[in-house]
Design a protein around this ligand. Structure first.
Ligand code: NAP
Length: 242
């Protein structure tokens, strides 16, 4: 069985990525932190589509919880390994820097950047020893260009972009690719509070993207056909360049 692991797979972009990878034949390990109902919906959708999914609830910002959950998965699946990892879990806590509480800085960094390390590090060894792996990091336009009101989020995503490039160089000879996807505005719960009508005016495509459009790109990067692409940051943003 081929296994893929998606952090933050209960909703939004993560759910669409889970469904895409399941349609490609992967048994998908769906990570999430709190929303049991939504996570179960992701699993039900995948099974209704003829795929396989398992739920693995833990907080990616908690290093020991991440290590324990991943170790438990390996104990329950002797001889198996996860060949595709999508680091997608993330949150926004927007504020101007001068008003930003320290906790909002820490939480955003700990989930996006800390989570990248906490989950990737324990899964990487098997990918390297099997000489096959795909690591896909969901970052953001905000981490490419910087966005006012998002110093924490831009810092977290920008750091993951730099880590993507560094890790790609470490792993390329072992046939493990590491790439980042940088979405612009995608219609999910994360962007539900934004003024779509106003923001659409600044998007050349004239609309928000869909989670499924992001999932198509993740599916391609996970595929054998993308084996020579590594260390890249691929934007998917309807034409916004800042
Ligand atoms: P979303 O709808 O808010 O979903 C967030 C997901 O992350 C949920 O599955 C949530 O699990 C999970 N999560 C949050 N904190 C977690 C933690 N500590 N440990 C494990 N899982 C955690 O967000 P989205 O819009 O799909 O965004 C997905 C990714 O794309 C994020 O990294 C985000 O920064 C990035 N992104 C989004 C956009 C956009 O416009 N939507 C644009 C650029 C980048 P629960 O359901 O259990 O809470």
């Amino acid at each position: 069985m081929m296994y893929a692991f998606v952090t933050g797979g209960s909703r939004g972009i993560g759910r669409a990525v889970c469904r895409k990878l399941a349609s490609m034949g992967y048994c998908v390990v769906v990570n999430y932190v709190s929303n049991d109902t939504q996570a179960q919906s992701t699993q039900t959708m995948i099974e209704a589509e003829g795929g396989r999914a398992e739920l693995l609830k833990f907080d990616v910002s908690d290093r020991s919880a991440s290590a324990e959950a991943i170790a438990a998965w390996h104990r329950a699946h002797p001889g198996e390994y996860i060949s595709v990892l999508v680091n997608n879990a993330g949150i926004r806590r927007d504020n101007l820097m001068m008003w930003m509480p320290g906790d909002d800085w820490d939480q955003v960094l700990n989930i996006s950047l800390g989570g990248f390390f906490n989950v990737t590090q324990p899964l990487l060894k098997n990918m390297l020893s099997k000489k096959h792996g795909r690591i896909i990091n969901v970052v953001s336009l905000s981490g490419v260009s910087g966005m006012a009101g998002q110093t924490n989020y831009s810092a977290a995503k920008g750091a993951v972009i730099a880590a993507t490039k560094a890790l790609a160089k470490e792993c390329a000879r072992k046939n493990v690719t590491v790439n980042a996807i940088a979405p612009g505005f995608i219609a999910t719960e994360m962007t539900a509070d934004l003024d779509q009508a106003e923001l659409k005016k600044h998007i050349p495509a004239g609309r928000f993207g869909t989670a499924e459009e992001v999932a198509e790109l993740a599916g391609f990067l996970a595929s054998d056909g993308a084996g020579y692409i590594t260390g890249e940051v691929i934007s998917i943003n309807g034409g916004i360049y800042m």
